[in-house]
Design a protein around this ligand. Structure first.
Ligand code: GLU
Length: 448
């Protein structure tokens, strides 16, 4: 647990108050563990109740969305926006549409986002929103009506300098288009109050690729710094064949790696000769689930209907890019036993605390999501700059800036882990401390 009596007290209070929010408590515990040393050294943190404040969202908006399905039946969904922290910039973070969305998941994501956004060095606060509405199996018109109903409530709480949402699980270009379209109609101005928009609607080139590409740029830095190596000839496995996973695969291949396994909820596919990522991207244009269709085109590949089998495939590098808590202790053990020495999180908190501990004990190089998947929100920040200044940057310009940002994020995590832990590869602690410092200093400057 924690050394600091202050943190023990704050976390005990929080655990009691939110005992039904396991994901949120898991995310908070990890950050508090990392800042334990800081709290002991810097009495201003306790004196100003920084930790009590930083673990409590500044505002939460909960609302009902009613919409009419194609058969004329009225449907009800629950929705919310968690505006967690605005110390360093306007609230910023994605919107998730998935049946699993609840307060615990929204709060954990918004909390993580606060530190992730801080690491990008851009002026972005932390937020997250979503609904238990699942676009899977709904028609285009149903999705549009739902998105319009969602914005009819949320529009009053967002704005270009107040809160700028984006996509996340279940919210892609189509959903962002409908959400932003409705927002623009109500506000009667082109403010860019949404990122990851379609290019023609003011989106940024390179945003769709940003999280996956950024993840690979971060891994490149890890390989270079800790092993004096590159992606060349590395065997990579990737969970999640959506936006993040497929783009990470594309970049890893471009950098010389061999992506030998990939999964989605329909199963996993393994091919030592390398996965045909162009096929996956093509199938994704018309299907949200693609892996169970892959073998028809490549009968020589091995298919398993169990997505977690991916963690048993021997590899050098594992990139979990699907969702939270997808690597449990068993999978971590299988990865280590099969020679995996580097894990970097493309999704938010895909590794459970037990799996994390196991990786650490077995010297697996670990790139935490807050840092490793910050490329998406970083390019969202660049999209905001382009919208605010009425500019359109080229793909190369954006990609180059993204590359620079990911290198800088790695450097900050690496330096913080050396300075505060004396262990250069403890990027979890490094990311948490570096992310926390900026938010904490800003809160201190702004008073209570
Ligand atoms: N949902 C993404 C994330 O988890 C992107 C958020 C954004 O672009 O605002 O970081």
């Amino acid at each position: 647990m924690f050394k600091s009596a202050y943190l023990i007290r704050v976390f005990a209070d929080l655990s009691k108050r939110y005992q039904d929010q396991p994901e949120f408590l898991q995310a908070v515990e990890e950050v508090l563990q990392s800042i334990d040393l800081l709290v002991e050294k810097d009495p201003r943190i306790e004196r100003n109740a920084i930790v009590e404040r930083i673990v409590e969202p500044e505002r939460m908006i909960k609302f009902r969305v009613s919409w009419v399905d194609d058969s004329g039946k009225v449907q009800i969904n629950r929705a919310m926006r968690v505006q967690f922290n605005s110390a360093i910039g306007p609230y910023k973070g994605g919107i998730r549409f998935h049946h699993s969305v609840n307060e615990s998941i929204m709060k954990f994501l918004a909390f993580e986002q606060t530190f992730k956004n801080s690491l990008t060095c851009l002026p972005l606060g932390g937020a997250k929103g979503g609904s238990d509405f699942d676009p899977e199996g709904k028609s285009d018109n149903e999705i549009m009506r739902f998105c319009q109903g969602f914005i009819l409530e949320l529009y009053r709480h967002i704005g270009p300098r107040m809160d700028v949402p984006a996509g996340d699980l279940g919210v892609g270009a189509r959903e962002v288009g409908y959400l932003y379209g409705m927002y623009k109609r109500i506000e009667n101005e082109f403010s860019g109050t949404f990122t990851s928009k379609g290019i023609e609607s003011g989106g940024s080139l390179g945003r769709a690729e940003a999280t996956g590409y950024g993840l690979c740029y971060f891994v490149e830095e890890m390989l270079k710094t800790f092993r004096n190596e590159t992606f060349k000839d590395k065997k990579v496995i990737i969970s999640g064949a959506g936006k993040v996973g497929s783009m990470a695969a594309e970049k890893a291949i471009e950098l010389g790696a061999k992506v030998i396994a990939i999964s989605d909820i329909s199963g996993m596919i393994h091919d030592e000769k390398g996965i045909d990522i162009e096929l996956i991207k093509n199938l994704s244009k018309t299907n949200s689930i693609v892996i169970d269709k892959y073998q028809t085109y490549h009968p020589e590949s091995i298919f398993s209907p169990n997505p977690t089998d991916i963690w048993t495939v021997p590899c050098d590098i594992a990139l979990p890019c699907a969702t939270q808590n997808e690597i449990y202790l068993d999978s971590a053990k299988a990865l280590v036993a099969n020679g995996c020495y580097l894990v970097a999180e493309g999704a938010n908190m895909p590794t459970t605390s037990e799996a994390n501990k196991y990786f650490r004990e077995h010297n697996v190089l670990f790139g935490p999501g807050k840092a490793a998947n910050a490329g998406g929100v970083a390019v969202s920040g660049l999209e905001m700059t382009q919208n605010a200044t009425f500019q359109n940057w080229s793909f190369e310009e954006v990609d180059q800036k993204l590359h620079g940002i990911m290198k800088k994020i790695f450097k900050r995590c690496h330096e913080a882990s050396m300075t505060y832990v004396g262990r250069p590869d403890d990027l979890i602690t490094g990311a948490n401390i570096a992310g926390f410092m900026k938010v904490y200093q800003a809160m201190l400057q702004q008073g209570v």
